[in-house]
Design a protein around this ligand. Structure first.
Ligand SMILES: NC(=O)C1=CN([C@@H]2O[C@H](COP(=O)(O)OP(=O)(O)OC[C@H]3O[C@@H](n4cnc5c(N)ncnc54)[C@H](OP(=O)(O)O)[C@@H]3O)[C@@H](O)[C@H]2O)C=CC1
Ligand SMILES: CC(C)(CO)C(=O)C(=O)O
Length: 315
């Protein structure tokens, strides 16, 4: 079975390493030729949670030289949400009508990307609370255990037999459970509601996730979440407000030492995923003509910080 991983960042390298421990033909599609050469030369090293480093070799191909590639049976898309539009052409070219395509992004926006595929492929959204961090172009650290839910999207159906068999073979090498989710849209909104609070607040305050529990933010978390639940309801997703707040606090506790992905991006002078998290909620709210002042304020502040840090890191 041929598998492609498009996007050799934190999640992409983690999965490329895992997949290459199984009898699959794995090809990593890199953004740059430089990273491709490094992967060909050094393979991928993955530091596991217990500190063990696993080294494997994988095939690699830079995205601007893909003419020799065969079509793939499974494609993992592991670019950021805002980079999706740039890879959908590749996905279209290197898939066949039975390819299983897995989107690993946080936030919302997959539907537009999937809409660019001009045939009806088997598309899935994979949501994970595992953590990974790319140390160098060939080294990745698995930073946090978690759970992964995979559901067919946008049409909620059962997993296809090919995916079912594939996930079964993966389970023994992945400590964290991978589960089939029949209501992936709801799960996406639940995760969105958590990210829409933790990511911007940790970014603005420049604190690790756990710190949000020790400052006077209870009221702010409540207000943001009220808005999220209202918008979710308008798109047909029922989120329970108090369960959501409980979940947000639980995630802050469980990931207390984590630097959120948004804060990491800002600190690295990179673009954040704010547009597909709070920005997505704002867009849905606009469609339904309801105000979401808290999300707008968070979005504006994070974008200002993004700009500021980008300018400072490029000086
Ligand atoms: N990291 C984590 O722990 C978690 C991440 N996620 C989600 O997973 C997604 C990926 O996150 P993460 O791995 O951290 O992000 P990274 O930025 O580490 O990885 C994205 C990768 O995609 C590459 N890329 C960008 N554009 C293209 C392109 N056109 N073609 C091929 N590759 C491209 C980037 O290359 P370059 O850097 O050279 O631009 C980078 O290597 C996000 O949506 C995130 O929210 C979800 C849960 C946990
Ligand atoms: C769950 C959380 C907040 C963990 O840091 C995350 O998903 C992120 O940082 O993007």
């Amino acid at each position: 079975m041929r598998i492609a991983v498009i996007g050799a960042g934190s999640i992409g390298l983690l999965w490329a390493s895992r997949l290459s421990r199984l009898p699959y033909e794995v090809t990593v599609l890199t953004h740059t030729t430089e990273q491709h050469k490094q992967i060909v030369q050094a393979g991928i090293s993955c530091e596991e949670l217990d500190g063990q480093v696993i080294h494997t070799n994988v095939k690699s191909c830079p995205i601007d030289d893909t003419s020799e590639l065969p079509p793939f049976d499974i494609i993992f898309i592991t670019v950021k949400q805002y980079q999706l539009k740039n890879v959908m052409g590749l996905v279209q070219c290197y898939s066949h009508p039975f390819t299983q395509i897995l989107f690993w992004q946080n936030g919302l926006g997959h539907e537009e990307a999937i809409g660019e595929l001009h045939y009806r492929p088997d598309t899935y959204v994979a949501l994970t609370t595992e953590g990974a961090y790319r140390k160098t172009n060939t080294q990745v650290v698995h930073t946090g255990q978690g759970e992964t839910w995979i559901g067919t999207f946008p049409h909620e159906e059962q997993w296809k037999p090919l995916l079912q068999d594939f996930i079964q073979t993966l389970q023994p090498i992945v400590i964290s459970p991978i589960r089939e989710e029949k209501m992936i849209l709801k799960r996406m909104w639940e995760k969105l509601a958590v990210n829409a609070v933790i990511n911007p607040l940790t970014t603005i305050l420049e604190v690790p996730n756990g710190e949000l529990l020790h400052v006077e933010l209870e009221n702010m978390m409540e207000k943001i979440t009220v808005e999220t639940c209202q918008v979710a309801k308008l798109v047909g997703v029922e989120l329970d407000h108090s369960r959501t707040i409980k979940k947000i606090k639980e995630v802050c506790r469980l990931t207390s030492q984590n630097v959120s992905s948004m804060l990491q991006d800002v600190q690295g002078g990179k673009r954040t995923e704010i547009e597909s998290i709070n920005g997505a909620i704002i867009r849905y709210a606009k469609e339904h003509n309801i105000p979401v002042y808290y999300h707008e304020m968070l979005c504006t502040l994070v974008k200002a910080k993004e700009e500021h840090n980008k300018r400072n890191t490029s000086i």
